[in-house]
Each structure stands twice: as structure tokens, then as C-alpha cells.
Design a protein around this ligand. Structure first.
Ligand code: PEP
Ligand code: CO
Length: 471
């Protein structure tokens, strides 16, 4: 894309040999990717003061990028490998991150959980695992209703800390654009911590493996002991063979992702890479479009059609073959490997009949897609005690159905995308510790969707590793 006349041109590529100059992006709303403004934009906050929003956006355009073109390109290459069955994707993190939980302790536990899962999956798949957090930007939520009623009070719904506050008062629920700056700063400090943890020896394979031994020491998980023992022997073998001396054992790549929901923010964070002239969304490595906003003629698809990042689209059970083909035409017309991931969230009771026709149609089309399962969002229920929850066994049933559907269609199951936390919350029912409806009262902390807790996350990894061993 020609960019020489574009005012926001600047080098942020951080590619080998690049001058590493940070320059601001658009100074006005004239960039090619701003074409989304003429489309239908669903799920956007209505800010009472448009001028306040404008000054926030101007400020955001002056901020340095959060991620860099070279990293984004690496992830696209990795996702291409996953589409061919040469790598496996693990995406995990909160449904909605909150500003108050962007602390070192919460983040450490979440990152630790992802790394632990990744070790187990790497062993099961005998493949590299691409680690992506729903982290450092997952602060905005689509809602099924614009308003929330409690008793006889009706107020605007909570749309994530990037928009308004969870507190149920009229003032807190008014969308506040300065929260977009808070979003940027929390994402920046979170990424800083991720970069330190994943480069500084904390992600050392031997250390992560040691944490996993703690998991199988709990009698509830004894049935995973033999797999844990196999992994133990494999790590020991690598060490004995001298692999520990290579840098890969000490550091990992952990990419950031979030739903690119707030179009003003996402487009203010989009910058031209001066080396290639291509626009990149620098708010995160991987961005996805949600089930509610994936209309092919709508604004979210329009914005992400313009950027070079690898992108995802959630596909629910009502997706037709035609919807899917039109999304591929718009988002990956040339069929570039690694560019487009479909994240299916069908529901355990639907996946076995809803997914195979889509897989077969896409295989006939020939343009590659990375297929990932989100076994969470099609399986949300309300407990008899009134909590929004999910059942671990139903979640695993959707994962099983995902593998079965791919086996039937002869296509590649490329990864999993889950909502989890490193904390010992009680939000999802079931699992080996048999969390029951009463237990939901103990530590139900999510502001939006229920998450797998630390133990349930590891249990999922062990189960998926067993499927992968059989693949
Ligand atoms: C989510 O991932 O939190 C989400 C809202 O998902 P979906 O768009 O699939 O409903
Ligand atoms: Co969710």
C-alpha cells in the first residue's frame, strides 16, 4: 500500500537492521483503514462528549506501538504452520481483563498457567505450541443487551473496563473515553511484564515442568500421573542430551490477543510499517472479531481487512457456508497461510453436525484457514443458584467434537481458545475436583463469563494432550 503521502508514516517495525524509530500514526482520520467509519458499527459505546473522545484519540495516536511488525509477522508464520498441522495453538486468558487485576500477582499466575498448559500440550502434540494470551488488551466486551436492570433500576450495561465501570450506579455506567488511555497503559505494563517473564528465565522449561509435578501430586488428578511421568522423562532426556544449554529452554514467545471491538481505539493504534508500507494494528499481535460483530459488510470486518496482523473470526452455530466464504473473500482473498483463523464456538450439542460441512466447504475452496475451537462460549448455562456458569465436562465434550469433526472432514484441528485464570476461582462446574453449584458461591470473581480455574486449566491440557497423542 502506498503510504508516502500519509502523515502517520513511521518506522515501528523493529525488524533486524531497522532504525527502531517510533513515530506517531495518523494525525487525522484520513488513513485508508478509517473506511470502517462509513459502515455499520455494532456494539460501540455512545460517548456523551464527542470532543472528549477526539482528544483521547489524538493522544492515542501519539503513543508508541505496543507490539511490533516483526513479532506480528512471526506469529502469522507460526499460525500458518498450525494450519498445516505442524504446530498447535493455545489461546487462553480472561473473558474480560480488569484494570484492578492487572497486577503482578494475577498476571504471573495467568502466565504461569498458560506456560504449564503449553508444556503438556507440546508433549501431547509432539509439535511446537503457539502460546497466545487473551491478555494485554482484552478490556472491552460485546453485550447481548444495551441495558441492565436490577430491581427497578435500569442502567447501561457494563461493556468492560475500557468503556465504563462495573459498579451499578448511573455515573459509573456512563462510557468514559479517558478509559481508552487507561486501557493503553494497562496493556503496556502487562506486555512489559510478559516480556520480562518470558525472556528472563521464568519460563524455563525445567521450572514450568516442576510446577506441573505439583498438579499431579494432588490425588484428584492421579489419573494424569503416567502422562506427567512420561513428560518428566522427556524433559530429563533433553537435559541429559545437553539441550538445556540452548536458549529455547529458557525463553518462550507469548503473544497477545484480544477482541478488536472498540473501533476508535483499534484504528488509533493502527500504524504504517515504513519498511513495507503496510498497516499493522499495534494494539496486539492477534486480533479477533466476535460472533456478534462479524457481519461481512460491517465495520469490524472492514477495519481488520486493512491490517497485516493475523486475525480471527468467531463462528457460531448459525454460520452458513456462504457467510464463511464471504468472510474469506473479504479477509483473506489471496489465501495467505496464517492470515485467517476461524475460532468455532458451536456448543457441545451442535458441533458434530454444524462444523463438518464448514470444514469440508473450506477444504474444497482451498484457501487455508487455521481452525481453532473455543469450547466456552457455546456452553454457558445458569446454575439453579443463579450463577452464569459452564460445566467442565460439556466444555471437554465440545473439544472432543472438534477433533471428531476434523477427523471426519480430513482437516487439521489447529488449536484451542479458552477462558481461564491462574487463580483458584470457582466459576466453572465439574472437573476432577467436582466443583458443585454450592461451590460457585465461594470464589465467583469474573465480571462477565466464567473461567476455568488453575487446576481445571491444567486438567484440560492433560486431556487434550491425550487426544493429540492419538492424532
Ligand atoms: C468472547 O470471546 O469473550 C466472546 C464474547 O465470544 P463470542 O464473540 O464468541 O461470543
Ligand atoms: Co467470554
Amino acid at each position: 500500500m502506498a503510504s508516502s503521502s500519509f502523515p502517520g508514516r513511521g518506522d515501528f517495525s523493529l525488524r533486524p537492521g531497522s532504525p527502531e524509530l517510533f513515530a506517531p500514526a495518523a494525525t487525522e482520520e484520513s488513513a485508508p483503514w478509517e473506511s470502517w467509519r462509513s459502515k455499520r458499527a455494532l456494539q460501540q459505546p455512545s460517548y456523551p462528549d464527542p470532543e472528549a473522545l477526539d482528544s483521547v484519540l489524538a493522544e492515542l495516536r501519539r503513543q508508541p506501538p505496543l507490539v511490533f511488525a516483526g513479532e506480528v509477522d512471526d506469529l502469522r508464520t507460526n499460525l500458518a504452520a498450525a494450519s498445516r498441522g505442524e504446530a498447535f495453538v493455545l489461546t487462553g486468558g480472561d473473558c474480560a481483563e480488569t484494570f484492578s487485576e492487572a497486577t503482578a500477582d494475577h498476571l504471573r499466575l495467568k502466565i504461569q498457567t498458560l506456560l504449564q498448559m503449553a508444556v503438556v500440550l507440546t508433549y501431547g502434540a509432539s509439535l511446537p505450541v503457539i502460546k497466545i494470551g487473551r491478555i494485554a488488551g482484552q478490556y472491552a466486551k460485546p453485550r447481548s443487551s444495551d441495558m441492565e436492570t436490577r430491581g427497578d433500576v435500569t442502567l447501561p450495561s457494563y461493556r468492560g473496563d475500557a468503556v465504563n465501570s462495573f459498579e451499578f450506579t448511573p455515573e459509573s455506567r456512563i462510557p468514559d473515553p479517558t478509559r481508552l488511555l487507561d486501557l493503553y497503559h494497562h496493556a503496556a505494563s502487562t506486555l512489559n511484564l510478559i516480556r520480562a517473564f518470558t525472556r528472563g528465565g521464568y519460563a524455563d522449561l525445567r521450572l514450568v515442568h516442576h510446577w506441573n509435578r505439583g498438579f499431579t501430586a494432588n490425588p484428584a488428578y492421579a489419573r494424569y500421573e503416567s502422562l506427567a511421568e512420561e513428560i518428566h522423562r522427556a524433559v530429563k532426556f533433553l537435559e541429559a542430551a545437553g539441550v538445556s544449554s540452548v536458549a529455547q529452554m529458557r525463553s518462550v514467545d507469548l503473544f497477545s490477543s484480544h477482541e478488536a471491538l472498540l473501533l476508535d481505539y483499534e484504528s488509533a493504534m493502527t500504524r504504517i510499517d515504513s519498511r513495507t508500507g503496510d498497516p499493522y494494528n499495534t494494539s496486539g499481535h492477534f486480533l479477533w472479531i466476535g460472533e456478534r460483530t462479524r457481519g461481512v459488510d460491517d465495520a469490524h470486518v472492514e477495519l481488520l481487512a486493512h491490517v497485516r496482523n493475523p486475525i480471527g473470526v468467531k463462528l457460531g452455530p448459525t454460520t452458513s457456508i456462504d457467510d464463511m466464504r464471504r468472510l474469506v473473500d473479504r479477509l483473506n482473498p489471496e489465501g495467505e497461510e496464517g492470515r485467517l483463523t476461524f475460532i468455532t464456538r458451536m456448543g457441545a450439542d451442535k458441533i458434530r453436525h454444524a462444523l463438518p460441512p464448514l470444514l469440508e466447504a473450506q477444504a474444497r475452496d482451498g484457501r487455508p484457514v487455521t481452525w481453532v475451537t473455543d469450547p466456552m462460549h457455546g456452553n454457558t448455562i445458569t446454575s439453579s443458584t443463579g450463577y452464569k456458569t459452564r460445566r467442565f465436562e460439556t466444555i471437554m465434550d465440545e473439544v472432543t467434537g472438534f477433533f471428531e469433526a476434523h477427523r471426519e472432514a480430513g482437516t487439521v484441528p489447529g488449536g484451542i481458545h479458552v477462558e481461564l485464570t491462574g487463580d483458584d476461582v470457582t466459576e466453572v462446574l465439574g472437573g476432577s475436583e467436582q466443583l458443585d453449584e454450592e461451590a460457585l458461591r465461594d470464589r465467583y470473581e469474573t465480571l462477565v463469563d466464567p473461567r476455568l480455574n488453575h487446576q481445571q486449566s491444567l486438567e484440560m491440557a492433560f486431556q487434550v494432550a491425550e487426544y493429540l497423542k492419538k492424532e
